[in-house]
Design a protein around this ligand. Structure first.
Ligand SMILES: Nc1ncnc2c1ncn2[C@@H]1O[C@H](COP(=O)(O)OP(=O)(O)OP(=O)(O)O)[C@@H](O)[C@H]1O
Length: 341
């Protein structure tokens, strides 16, 4: 493992910001840490970078305990949220910073700067002042600067935080491609799940300083570990249920669950795509359409069941979308339902 945390703990005034965290990152792996504000994501990065000492446990790089290794000797690259470029230096001067610190010669610096600006798609920007760059361009320069000293581990804190969605979606794809080509090992922190899921080989969801779930984007998306992770991913249809065989007793009535599901008192997740609108109001749970939101080719619906049951989030194709105020019948699709641990 390139990076391992073993029971890593950081306390601030008796409260653990990082609580006995175990985490391993293999060489060439891209790991994204996700979690709500205050869950310990930045503290985790700072502990690995050597900017924050651990109160208990260990941080190992290439199997070596880093307790006595200062930040600048750990060989990790850091790129922070507000990318902190040096405003008085031009683009090339910014990118060359880490190389100069290492005492690289002028020739070597110039060559490497050229190579990196090429790589991040800004081949002619070397002489420009950083103040003249757009947000996205500044982000690329910050990335080139972090990559310049060839860090064995690159750590990104909200790398695309300031950018608008369209640019973010494009840059995420470019970044993943770039890291793949360079074989860079990456530990990134973000609170944007779309970004994490698009960038990562593995997603780590944090809650109160602990790891709530770790797995491939597909695993985490398909099988959230618990109700916290499911809600954090934006799923709203999470309820207590009693599972017996392939049927769950829920506030929405009997709901089918996949074979092999955990039995007894559980949390149940119904993905919006598992809420089927029956033709007319013919059968199933009767609901009134409370709200309707257009999302490209499909429509997101908030359905209010008759009686006391919680609202349901559903999706349906644009052309079939009922209007607010209409009554619909709802059936459930077992394939889109998960019994949580
Ligand atoms: N230097 C510090 N002194 C005291 N408390 C701190 C310090 N740094 C962080 N904390 C606390 O530790 C907890 C974790 O903070 P951290 O910044 O790691 O969270 P985060 O998940 O990165 O949050 P965000 O997404 O808001 O950046 C928070 O409750 C925070 O207030």
């Amino acid at each position: 493992m390139l990076l391992s945390l073993e029971g890593a703990t950081v306390r601030f005034g008796g409260r653990a910001a990082l609580d006995a965290v175990d985490l391993a990152v293999a060489e060439h792996e891209i790991v994204c840490v996700l979690g709500p504000s205050g869950s310990g994501k930045s503290t985790l990065l700072r502990a690995v970078a050597g900017l924050q000492a651990v109160d208990a446990g260990r941080v190992l790089l290439d199997g070596r305990d880093q307790a006595r290794v200062p930040a600048h000797r750990r060989g990790v690259g850091l790129m922070f949220q507000d990318h902190q470029l040096f405003p008085q230096r031009d683009v090339a001067g910014n990118v060359a910073f880490g190389l100069r610190m290492r005492g690289a010669g002028r020739e070597e610096q110039a060559e490497r700067v050229r190579e990196l600006l090429e790589m991040v798609g800004l081949p002619d920007a070397g002489r420009r002042g950083v103040g003249t760059l757009s947000g996205g361009e500044q982000q690329r320069v910050a990335l080139a600067r972090a990559l310049a000293p060839r860090p064995r581990l690159l750590m990104l804190d909200e790398p695309l935080g300031q950018l608008d969605r369209t640019l973010r979606e494009r840059l995420v794809v470019e970044l993943r491609d770039l890291f793949g080509r360079l074989g860079t090992t990456v530990l990134a922190v973000t609170h944007d799940q779309g970004e994490a899921f698009a960038l990562a080989d593995r997603v780590v969801v944090m809650r109160d300083g602990r790891v709530a779930q770790s797995g491939s984007p597909l695993e985490v998306w398909q099988r959230p570990a618990d109700a916290f992770v499911a809600r954090f991913l934006g799923f709203e249809n999470v309820v207590r249920a009693t599972v017996a065989g392939t049927v769950a007793d829920t506030p929405w009535g009997k709901v089918p669950v996949p074979g092999g599901s955990a039995q007894g008192e559980r949390n149940l997740l119904v993905r919006p795509s598992g809420v089927r609108l029956a033709a007319g109001s013919g059968g199933g749970l009767r609901c009134v359409v409370a709200a309707r939101t257009f999302q490209g080719a499909q429509v997101s619906l908030r359905l209010r069941p008759e009686g006391e049951a919680p609202e349901l989030e559903a999706v349906c194709p644009l052309r079939d979308a009922p209007a607010p105020g209409e009554t619909v019948g709802v059936l459930f699709d077992a394939g889109e339902i998960a019994v949580l641990g």
